[in-house]
Design a protein around this ligand. Structure first.
Ligand SMILES: Nc1nc2c(ncn2[C@@H]2O[C@H](COP(=O)(O)OP(=O)(O)OP(=O)(O)O)[C@@H](O)[C@H]2O)c(=O)[nH]1
Ligand SMILES: [Mg+2]
Length: 788
């Protein structure tokens, strides 16, 4: 259904374009290029006609998220804190000057625009958000994103604006200015804190400046449903609306949830409910929760069928009618003259009428001159008054910025940098804005009263605007840093550093004591163990020696033994006998004793004794050595005492530091108050200085301009009246000439004029009537709906 409406809108637009080009052709063919030209201008205007819809609301209402949801991708950065810092325009991709998706325009005209191929969030972030390293509100004029979207067809521009009521400076002005140049607006409430006072103030301003306002309640998925239903929130906004604007019809309020809609549509990851990716079922559910579809349909209907579409097309059609008709009347007049020339009395009568007309024009000329200057005077009076109020508001804003700060350090941080130009620029901007209003107003005045001469007037105003910018020349000096409080914080920091070193050293010695204490404990334990070993060894030795007690000693054993001996016989005979029969065999019976066992026992005992002795000596040696070690170490108790002393010392240093800090704090609070007071005084003088200069220059400037413009308009009026008179005179001449011209000439002229008339009638009867009827019968979608 949406695409159908879009299609029929495009068809109608084509018809209007055809009508315009047919009219232009007509004048070109008949040698009237100037007239053809104004149709050509209308043609381009309709073809490229832009229509801007600005999204406004407090910060974090979800404006950027909503536009992303509409586009189906996350192009614009959206964060939980104040984010958007300048206006971003979303336009049709077809309008990109070089097929790039991003165009960054700077406030400083000398800085050439930047282009980026794709509108990804990261690129855009650095030019539009409060997180940027640039002072975005100050440096960036606007960022254009050229995207493919059905919401951006036919010259529609969607505008994301910085949130109102945030902390950052400059945002309010940017948004307010954008509202003034927009054709329609989407007012976005935040369902988590709906209907604040400032929101309704904003609505008041919107109602004055834009014809069409859509009211959208975003973040309905954030409402705690156990506390309040969506409908209750909607009703509470409606009630407030009715209280504040009782005469206005109750608006429709569209509840939506932009974030889930975006999460459902985006091809990239979008964080929602602490989740980065979402499955198809979840996405389906998100779209239902978001309720965005209904509102989108409504918006598209407005763009393609509503007041916007109708006006945009009807205005040029009416213009065609007016211009063709006027030419037609002229033709008819001329034909009439041609037909009636035989009647010279009639012609004389007409000539007299024309002469009277000239007199009337001369009188009008004087009247017009006077009325313009009266109107201008009252305009200047109004503007001066407005200047006064704006200046007061600006001063109040800067003063309240100061009063929101507590310390001079904060002042240095937040206001300090602005003293170097920013405040001055704000004052200049304010003056120049009003100066612009002045010239806009004059343009309007010209539109209303001198429509025929508008190009001439615009050119003059343009020239005059070029060198009219107000610049403050006399900049007062104010340096926030010179108010800085010095209560010896640096010395304190130095002192603190030294003390901290001391504490560190004390801590280290506590640690050494701890180590030592562990060492002593271990040595003592080791000694205990050795002494125990000694005891065990002695015990073991004793047990071992028990087996060597006297009654275990083996006795000596005796045994009888027979000993056979061979002995040589004595004497010669003996010798002979020995030689003959061998030695003499002697057999002895003897008793022998056996001490082997006893000796072995004694031997073992000795060995054991020696072993025991050695073992004992060994361990006694170790005990002696460990005793020495233990004696050289400090005892644990003593170490603990020393540790405690150091801890007390640390405590003392700490409390000294705290005392110093407290004293310093008191001193600095007093000093700070004094300095804040002094600064405030100087600051007010500083602001007033700008105020005086701006007010004076502005007054001088507009008085001078008023005189110039008056003169200029007078001249133009005069000149144009003179032209009119001239034209009448020419008519007289023409008629006089006709009286004398040949019948042949007249016949030729008649044919020429009748053909033209037929052509015009053709256009008016066919193309014009068709589209006119179609447009008039087009159902207009009105926005406001009485539901109360
Ligand atoms: N739950 C939920 N959060 C949302 C919704 N819309 C926006 N948010 C979140 O609200 C925060 C603010 O959103 P933005 O889109 O940056 O709001 P903004 O109005 O553009 O804010 P400024 O640029 O500061 O004026 C972000 O954290 C968004 O994710 C929504 O429908 N539901
Ligand atoms: Mg934003």
């Amino acid at each position: 259904m949406q695409d159908n409406t879009l299609q029929s809108y495009q068809q109608r637009k084509n018809k209007v374009l055809n009508l315009l080009s047919a009219s232009s052709d007509f004048f070109t063919n008949n040698n009237l290029p100037e007239k053809a030209d104004s149709f050509n201008k209308l043609f381009t205007q309709v073809k490229e006609g832009t229509f801007s819809i600005v999204v406004v609301g407090e910060f974090s209402a979800g404006k950027s998220t909503f536009l992303n949801a509409l586009m189906g991708e996350e192009h614009l950065p959206a964060l939980s804190t104040e984010t958007t810092a300048t206006v971003n325009f979303l336009k049709s991709k077809a309008l990109s000057p070089n097929n790039n998706e991003v165009e960054v325009l700077y406030n400083n005209n000398e800085q050439s625009p930047l282009y980026y191929e794709t509108a990804d969030k990261k690129t855009i972030e650095s030019f539009v958000t409060t997180k940027s390293t640039l002072d975005v509100a100050e440096e960036i004029k606007q960022v254009n994103l050229f995207l493919d979207s059905k919401f951006l067809n036919d010259g529609v521009t969607l505008v994301d604006s910085p949130g109102l009521n945030g902390l950052a400076s400059g945002h309010q002005e940017i948004t307010e200015k954008q509202i003034e140049t927009s054709h329609a607006s989407i007012m976005m409430f935040n369902a988590t804190r709906p209907g604040s006072k400032s929101e309704f103030e904003l609505i008041g301003e919107l109602q004055e400046k834009v014809d069409t306002i859509f009211y959208v309640l975003n973040r309905i998925d954030d409402i705690k449903l156990n506390e309040q239903s969506v409908e209750e929130v909607v009703d509470s906004i409606k009630n407030n609306f009715h209280k504040l604007y009782p005469d206005r019809p109750m608006p429709e309020i569209w509840p939506i949830a932009a974030l889930p809609a975006l999460a459902a549509r985006s091809s990239q990851d979008v964080e929602y409910r602490n989740q980065l990716s979402h499955n198809a079922d979840e996405k389906k559910q998100y779209l239902i929760t978001s309720r965005i579809h209904d509102f989108e349909e409504r918006l598209l209907r407005f763009i393609t069928q509503g007041e916007k579409a109708k006006q945009e097309l009807l205005a040029p059609v009416n213009k065609v009618h007016a211009l063709l008709n006027s030419h037609k009347a002229n033709l008819e007049l001329n034909i009439d003259i041609l037909l009636k020339t035989h009647d010279s009395d009639e012609l004389t009568l007409q000539l007299n009428e024309l002469r009277q007309e000239i007199d009337k024009v001369e009188a009008d000329k004087l009247l017009q001159k006077g009325s313009v200057s009266i109107e201008l005077k009252s305009l200047c009076r109004d503007l001066k008054e407005k200047m006064g109020t704006n200046l007061l508001n600006l001063k109040k804003r800067y003063q309240s910025e100061l009063s929101a700060l507590d310390t001079i350090d904060d002042v240095v941080l937040h206001i300090g940098p602005k003293l170097n130009g920013k405040i001055q620029q704000d004052y200049e901007k304010l003056a120049n804005q009003l100066l612009n209003d002045f010239s806009d107003y004059i343009s309007e005045l010209a539109q209303e009263n001198f429509l025929h001469y508008i190009t001439q007037l615009d050119e003059e105003i343009e020239k005059w605007n070029e060198n009219s910018e107000i610049k403050i020349v006399n900049t007062p000096e104010l340096n926030a840093e010179s108010f800085s409080v010095d209560v010896g914080l640096d010395q304190y920091q130095q002192f603190k550093k030294e003390k901290e070193i001391e504490i560190k050293e004390l801590r280290q010695s506590i640690e050494t004591y701890e180590d030592k204490s562990i060492e002593a404990r271990q040595a003592k334990m080791q000694l205990d163990k050795l002494e125990n070993d000694l005891r065990l060894t002695s015990q073991r030795n004793e047990e071992r020696m028990m087996q060597f007690s006297a009654n275990h000693r083996p006795v000596i054993s005796y045994e009888d033994k027979t000993i056979t001996e061979y002995k040589s016989r004595g004497g010669v005979l003996g010798k002979v006998a020995t030689w003959a029969i061998g030695k003499k065999k002697i057999i002895d019976q003897i008793q022998t004793s056996n001490t082997d066992a006893r000796d072995a026992f004694d031997n073992d005992k000795l060995k054991s004794e020696e072993n025991n002795e050695k073992e004992k000596k060994d361990i006694v040696g170790k005990v002696a050595q460990q005793t020495d070690t233990v004696n050289t170490l400090l005892c644990e108790d003593k170490l603990e005492l020393m540790q405690k002393r150091k801890e007390v010392a640390i405590e003392a240093i700490r409390s000294q530091l705290t005392d110093e800090m407290l004293q310093l704090g008191e001193k600095s609070a007093i000093e700070n108050k004094k300095k804040m007071f002094a600064f405030e005084g100087q600051y007010n003088i500083y602001l007033e200085n700008f105020e005086d200069q701006v007010e004076r220059t502005f007054k001088e400037r507009i008085t001078k301009s008023r005189n110039n413009v008056s003169k200029m308009i007078d001249n133009i009026v005069l000149e144009n009246f003179n032209q009119l008179i001239e034209k009448h005179k020419k008519e007289i001449e023409l008629k006089e000439r006709l009286l004398d011209s040949s019948e042949e000439d007249k016949a030729r002229k008649k044919i020429e004029l009748t053909t033209q008339l037929a052509d015009i009638n053709e256009i008016l009867k066919n193309s014009y009537v068709e589209i006119k009827v179609e447009l008039e019968s087009m159902a207009i979608d009105t926005i406001e709906q009485v539901t109360a």
